[in-house]
Design a protein around this ligand. Structure first.
Ligand code: ZN
Length: 311
């Protein structure tokens, strides 16, 4: 049986970050403004190392290059998925990501970014910014230039356990006191549209309004197609949350015992609550790991919830 690849997270300090992950996930945080935990990443801006076992100390990008059989010999230049936990102590800037085609042409061959969010915790009455209300590019441009943000943005109410897909070209922002798990394409390409006039070390962060306008979807598609309420999903089943050309994501609530097998190149997992065992290996809230190719039958027991993804 192939061994689990446990990853050591990389933490990021941000203007909007906090220190909640210390208590919630028992992480050793590098600072009081920790906004992001990159739990599974081979991106050069935060390349996770393997925590234990045969490949201990190796970076995920190295494994991808040198031990491709672990990932079913997938023919892709880079490890395709990036998983983060986000602690928004304050709101994040309003932003948009380009798709692959635009990024390839305009950002030196970079990858676009599509992402999705699983809400781990949020205040009552929380709402995220997902999309806008403009009917045309002209109206979009006019409202942005006039700073009429409240007229422009679409606010979507959320609850713990909601799942939201953010397509490339969809304007979005995480709001204050929301904690979520993000599964995304392996890319760090963001066009910041509005930052509430905030300053970081005395300086306003750079905006990218021109490019943002170029890639933004107008009109935005209805939200119903992008949100899934997982609260009532059955236990001991892989509940599919999304399937796109870049990733597929499931949610599973283990209660007692759950066994499954999947014929996929690899599976990325993050335990988002509880604890238990996976084929006899102890796992708990906050652990990120990969089940490599040929892992076979997966037997989980305990009381825990896991977000699972692959390409
Ligand atoms: Zn984003």
């Amino acid at each position: 049986m192939a061994e689990l690849l446990f990853l050591k997270p990389v933490f990021k300090q941000t203007v909007w970050g906090g220190n909640r992950m210390r208590k919630d996930f028992a992480y050793y945080l590098p600072g009081e403004n920790t906004g992001e935990c990159w739990g599974v990443s081979a991106h050069p801006d935060g390349d996770c190392r393997i925590q234990s076992g045969t490949f201990r100390g190796k970076k995920l990008s190295e494994l991808w290059r040198e031990e491709r059989q672990l990932f079913g010999n997938l023919d892709m230049e880079e490890f395709p998925i990036l998983v983060k936990i986000i602690d928004a102590q304050d709101k994040l800037s309003i932003q948009v990501h380009p798709g692959n085609d635009y990024a390839r042409k305009n950002e030196n061959g970079a990858k676009g970014k599509e992402e999705c969010w699983y809400i781990l915790d949020c205040p009552q009455e929380a709402a995220l910014v997902i999309g806008h209300q403009a009917r045309s590019k002209e109206q979009l441009k006019r409202l942005i230039e006039a700073g009429e943000w409240e007229k422009l943005i679409r606010r979507v109410p959320i609850k713990k356990g909601d799942f939201i897909q953010i397509n490339a070209g969809t304007m979005h922002a995480i709001t204050a006191h929301v904690m979520l798990l993000e599964t995304q394409q392996n890319s760090n390409l963001t066009y910041r549209i509005y930052d509430y006039g905030r300053k970081s070390r005395g300086k306003a962060r750079k905006l990218h309004i021109e490019k943002g306008l170029e890639v933004m979807n107008v009109p935005e598609s209805p939200i119903e197609g992008s949100i899934v309420h997982t609260q009532e999903f059955p236990e001991n089943r892989l509940n599919q949350l999304i399937l796109t050309e870049h990733y597929q994501v499931w949610e599973v609530k283990v209660s007692g015992e759950f066994t499954f097998a999947r014929n996929v190149p690899f599976l990325v997992m993050t335990v988002v609550s509880g604890r238990g065992f996976l084929n006899g290996v102890f796992i708990r809230k906050g652990r990120h790991f990969i089940l490599p190719w040929g892992f076979g039958r997966v037997k989980m027991c305990g009381a825990m919830q896991i977000i699972v993804s692959t390409v």
